[in-house]
Design a protein around this ligand. Structure first.
Ligand code: ADP
Ligand code: MG
Length: 573
């Protein structure tokens, strides 16, 4: 075949395909432009997941007629002018590609006004061709309306998800951008319904609270660090708040959201040993480095960057994280034996000890009785709890030597087996809440939960949707219902939603996963102080299981150190 020069229309389409993958990419590019224009308020409205229309309005600097015409041309930008500018990019955009790309694969209309009292113009385009520019009424700012995305690129249109999926992607983008710019007020409307709203926030932590909920915000630890020209600031979650995926980890480098394997790896390493496998922390970390030390021009969608001093950066981040995670926030506070925080878990364990024990009886046990009871159990059975190591491991004396038991995994295992037995025998026994428990979840989680109500009912959870991401727990497995904390519920619904997303089709595996997520969320955590009685009961319950030594997924629960081994170590034999 002979070589031909492609037409401008075709090269535009090809370039567009690189930048614009789905409605969410349009949303991202347009939001970047609004932020670059100094907007204080950004409203996004999607119809059918953005496949039929994406409307975005801002109150930024706007454009006059000449700029408006130029803005949709390829490689036309107001953000850099010379090659040297590439070394010090302070804006999110700089490639001058987004509007041209979007225009090439949609029907586009832009209305913009460069300031109060100045003329506003509307520009309309169809598949990359300007149809007209006309005066229009609008206050300062810009409105962009993108219709029928990919109408002339059927190969791409075929790969779009359902409107719901596309709206989830777009929502994720808006929320991430909202974390990037907390001082901006946001709204995202999908098919006429507001699915995300965040008024201008005073600080990053407030914004995190708006997006992930106040419970998450409360469970965060500040991270700070400065080394040479590198400065690090942000928040990471305490290890007891875990997520099932990496989605809530954000790195903001010089004001830009980036994905960087090196940084993600450093974060994961900092939590090694603190989180169980498959658990991920929440993290929003801002990193500022001199602009000439980061190359932002390596990716058409500007999602990745390259660092000149990546080693130094990773070391600084590692040091800041380590400091944050070791400053005492991480260890659960020591509570006196009578403290209610301990009692709640205590009553749970007692319930497991004797399933029939009634609620009132359990809560009526006074501190005194418990202390006496502790003396008594300590000397019964062939396993004697002799202590709790760092509020995480139970030390148990056996006829044969010493056992070290991971309290969280042990409890999780007990709960899981009981739930499974119940589910098999007669269905999970539920308890009706007199006062329904309220939880607020992100929009994505909400739509997963409401789409899979029956599945949740089968594992004993009845939820009512209240609108705006709020759910009410009406019924809950009796065995777990006792004193599940508010945060426990929050964590629970999110991990259940994740389980559903991961295993959407495999009924049996999903059921199993739901049960184990529930067990994990309700189980005693590492770092929680137990009384002797509680510890003893936990061990006794564990021993009633068929195989108390390992969890079904292969993690050990008990580590044994025999008398023989000890004798050998001390050279007694
Ligand atoms: P880039 O952002 O890389 O410059 P774009 O194609 O996204 O490229 O935008 C082209 C130009 O249009 C920008 O440089 C900016 O001057 C102008 N522009 C785009 N969107 C807006 C907006 N919302 N408000 C003001 N100006 C805008
Ligand atoms: Mg741009």
């Amino acid at each position: 075949m002979a070589i031909v020069r492609l037409t401008e229309a075709l090269t535009r389409k090809i370039a567009a395909g690189e930048v614009i993958e789905r409605p969410a990419s349009v949303v991202k590019e347009l939001i970047e432009n609004s932020l670059d224009a100094g907007s204080e308020r950004i409203d996004v409205e999607l119809t059918a997941g953005g496949t039929s229309s994406i409307l975005i309005q801002d109150d930024g600097t706007g454009m006059d007629e000449a700029d408006l015409r130029l803005s949709v041309e390829r490689h036309a930008t107001s953000k850099i002018h010379t090659e040297a500018d590439l070394d010090s990019i302070h804006t999110l955009g700089f490639r001058g590609e987004a509007l041209a790309s979007i225009a090439a694969v949609s029907k586009l209309r832009i209305v913009s006004c460069p300031g109060e009292g100045r003329d506003a113009y509307a520009l309309t385009m169809d598949a990359g061709h300007i149809e007209g520019v006309k005066p229009e009424a609008r206050g300062r700012g810009t409105t962009i309306d993108v219709r029928d995305l990919f109408f002339n690129l059927p190969a791409r249109a075929r790969f779009l998800g359902t409107p719901r999926t596309e709206s989830l992607h777009a929502n994720r983008v808006v929320q991430r951008m909202a974390l990037l710019a907390h001082q901006v007020g946001w709204q995202l409307v999908h098919d006429g319904r507001a699915i995300f709203e965040a008024p201008a926030a005073a600080c990053l932590l407030d914004r995190i609270g708006q997006i992930y909920g106040v419970d998450v915000a409360r469970a965060l630890i500040p991270v700070e660090g400065r080394r040479g020209d590198i400065s690090i600031m942000g928040f990471v979650s305490r290890p007891d708040l875990r997520r099932g995926n990496r989605r809530d980890q954000l790195f903001i480098v010089n004001g830009r959201l980036v994905t960087d394997r090196g940084l993600s790896f450093v974060l994961a390493s900092a939590y090694r040993g603190l989180l169980r496998p498959g658990g991920y922390p929440v993290a929003v970390i801002r990193i500022d480095v001199p602009p000439d030390l980061v190359d932002v021009n390596i990716h058409p969608r500007k999602e990745e960057v390259r660092f000149a001093e990546s080693r130094q950066l990773q070391d600084s981040l590692a040091a800041s994280l380590q400091q944050a995670l070791s400053t005492g926030h991480v260890v659960a506070p020591v509570v006196p034996e009578t403290d209610t925080g301990t009692t709640s878990k205590a009553s749970q364990i007692r319930e497991e000890g004797s399933k029939a024990l009634s609620f009132d009886l359990r809560t009526a046990v006074s501190a005194n009785t418990r202390a006496r009871e502790a003396e008594k159990v300590r000397v019964t059975g062939d396993r004697r709890v002799i202590g709790q190591l760092q509020y995480t491991y139970l030390l148990v004396e056996t006829l044969d030597g010493l056992e070290i038991i991971d309290q969280h995994i042990a409890h999780e295992r007990i709960l899981y087996e009981r739930l499974k037995d119940q589910a098999r025998d007669a269905g999970i026994v539920r308890q009706l809440f007199l006062l329904p428990v309220r939880v607020e979840v992100p929009f994505e989680t909400a739509s997963v939960l409401s789409a899979h109500k029956e599945k949740l009912e089968r594992v004993g959870i009845a939820l009512d949707e209240f609108g705006g991401g709020t759910f009410l727990f009406r019924e809950y497995p009796r065995m777990l219902a006792d004193e599940q904390s508010q945060r426990g519920f929050q964590e629970l619904v999110e991990s259940l939603a994740q389980a559903i997303e991961d295993k959407e089709d495999l009924e049996g595996a999903l059921f199993d996963r739901l049960l184990s997520e529930m067990a994990c969320a309700a189980a005693i955590k590492a770092g929680e102080r137990l009384t002797m009685t509680e510890a003893q009961r936990l061990v006794e319950n564990l021993m009633t299981l068929d195989n108390p030594y390992a969890c079904p997924h292969g993690r050990p629960i008990i580590f044994q150190l025999s008398r023989e081994e000890l004798d050998r170590r001390f050279r007694r034999t």
